[in-house]
Design a protein around this ligand. Sequence first.
Ligand SMILES: [Zn+2]
Ligand SMILES: [Zn+2]
Length: 333
Amino acid sequence: MKACFLRAPGKVESNPLVFGDVPKPEPASGEILIRVEVCGVCRTDLHVIEGELPSRKFPIVPGHQAVGHVAATGAGAGRLAIGSRVGVAWLHKTDGTCEYCRRGEENLCDNPQFTGYTVNGGYAEYVVAPEDFVYPLPEILVAEQAAPLLCAGIIGYRCLRLSGVSAGARLGLYGFGAAGHVAIQVARYWGVEVYASSRDARHQALARELGAVWTGGILDAPPEKLDAAIVFAPAGEIVPVALAVLKKGGRLILGGIHMSDIPAFPYSLLYEERVIRSVANNTRKDGHEFLRLAAEIPVKTHVQVYPLAEANRALNALKNDAIRGAAVLRATS
Ligand SMILES: [Zn+2]
Ligand SMILES: [Zn+2]
């Protein structure tokens, strides 16, 4: 089968992904084989490819937002019918036995496997995944539209949940890419006022289009104090800036898997019970809840579609903030 794979980490400017033939995977016990239609491109893929996350497996096929159809089932799998539409997300598998899994925090599992990082992912014509970790997706969802929901959407939802916002609250979003443009739609649906900061004027324009009451640069202070803020941009210098605009008791949620160092800041920014919390992965419950909600709203994603063979070009565009919404790779027609 055709796939884009990485032999060793490298800057995306050097086009490190190779498009070529690799063996088609076979579903093991409990797994299903999925014929990939499209796969979303996530900022985490950039961190994997450029080696900002410790390397775990080479060669690796990246990608953890794959939408496709069940093509075959391994022994013991078969709950999902052949031909049904499914999504494969970041959490490939957990051990189910560690203290975190036992208390319902499988996102913090001690022995997790991650799609497109520790096991091959969706930048390919086929991918395998444990059936229990695959999300059924209604046929009504257009594949390109659904792909960014699988990570950007689910992680954004977990960030929103942990931010504690509800109707009437004021929420800041820092960075307005794939996750931000989905999170704002959920927040607006809940009756939350959104203040969006981005270094990119096109992203600010999209935020206004999607209902932000205010947009500005990353370091600009919004006109009101905020109940909570979510940082999607991987830039540590945003943390003190965002803390400074939070109300007493406000929550600052860090949505990225990787962030540059956070500069020192005075304790007064954190005092008065402000909270900083990172988000690590998601539980399957987050995924199922969010996908239901996304269909109910319904969330509309803005996507730029690239052929699978042009994954390097998509990643370069993502790195340069040139994607309006989310980038998606089309593996099959
Ligand atoms: Zn576990
Ligand atoms: Zn992701």
